[in-house]
Design a protein around this ligand. Structure first.
Ligand code: ZN
Length: 318
């Protein structure tokens, strides 16, 4: 092990890619590496690659790892450190990357699901800095979120992670895989927005089978009336979900991230209008709604924040 300045090791385990990094005390990425997840090669092979990458990254950056944080596509059990039944990680159910990495590196390791990791990253170093009550919503392939109350990550029964993407917006809406109809995710995630828009396109439109949410937004920017109507519809559903969160939690701030929010300027006016009209029984005018600040390395920075949130007493200046 090198003997330079201490930094936090970060591991982001996704369905297609695993990234690792070393993050300093101000949230800067000192070094990074990634590899395909190749979940089918098994958990142990992935852990070996993670260990090799973490050792390379810390050696190149001239730092030693004071601890390691993991953000992992869920469900995971953050308290035991085990991975649950994750669609994208077949055969990894019950595997424990926390115990594995703690054993190999001799440091404390903490894991949260990736939505909670993103929330902790924004809380410590991003758009949620200094907030006590914060909800981070990621709107991309699905909709997920992390809730921070009184400065601590909120956990439900048995440590369970609330699934805000499956709160019902319109129970006459499309069927969701979770069992309900009209969940937020099946109305306002990127694929949901794109699917509804594709169905509205004329039969001879060249993108009738392929249009993505990003392409829809590009069309709306060019003045395409149909695309603008679809964007307005999506903005309304995004706004209803956010308004519900504000009425339920009255947080200091809502922070929005994910691929759909790369076009946040198109959706924000509708979101703010819905919040103003729906949230009349809470001080919604004091709730800020912002786009996430951490950018492309947010998953790694969030993973480091997981460790710092779990072991705040162990951060020592070096
Ligand atoms: Zn659902």
């Amino acid at each position: 092990m090198t003997t330079g300045t201490s930094a936090t090791g970060a591991v982001d385990i996704g369905g297609t890619k695993i990234a690792v990094g070393a993050i300093d005390a101000s949230g800067r990425v000192l070094g990074r590496a990634d590899t395909p997840t190749s979940a089918g090669d098994g958990f142990d092979a992935a852990m070996t690659r993670i260990e090799e990458m973490l050792r390379q990254v810390s050696a190149s950056a001239g730092i030693r790892l004071g601890g390691i944080g993991i953000g992992c596509t869920g469900p995971v059990d953050p308290l035991s450190g085990t991975i649950g039944e994750v669609e994208f990680l077949p055969g990894w159910n019950g595997a424990n990357p926390v115990a594995k990495l703690a054993d190999r590196f001799g440091v404390d390791v903490a894991m949260e699901n990736d939505a909670d990791a993103a929330a902790l990253g924004e809380l410590q170093w991003g758009a949620g800095r200094g907030r006590r009550h914060l909800i981070c919503v990621t709107i991309g392939t699905g909709i997920g979120g992390g809730i921070v109350l009184n400065g601590a990550l909120y956990r439900g029964v048995g440590g369970a992670h609330p699934e805000i993407g499956h709160h019902v917006i319109d129970d006459s809406g499309p069927q969701c895989y979770c069992g309900a109809r009209g969940c937020w995710e099946v109305l306002a995630s990127g694929p949901a927005i794109a699917a509804h828009a594709r169905a509205a396109l004329p039969a001879d439109d060249p993108q009738r089978m392929t249009l993505t949410a990003a392409e829809l937004c590009a069309r709306a920017r060019r003045g395409d009336a149909l695309a603008q109507a679809e964007v307005a519809r999506a903005g309304r559903y995004l706004g209803i979900g956010i308004a519900n969160l504000i009425s339920l939690y009255t947080p200091d701030a809502i922070v929005l991230s994910g691929s759909v929010m790369e076009s946040a300027d198109l959706f924000m006016p509708a979101i703010r209008a819905i919040v103003r009209s729906h949230c009349t029984q809470v001080p919604a005018n004091r709730v800020t709604i912002d786009v996430a600040a951490l950018g492309g390395e947010a998953p790694l920075i969030g993973a480091a924040a997981v460790w710092r949130h779990r072991y705040p007493g162990e951060m020592r200046p070096c």
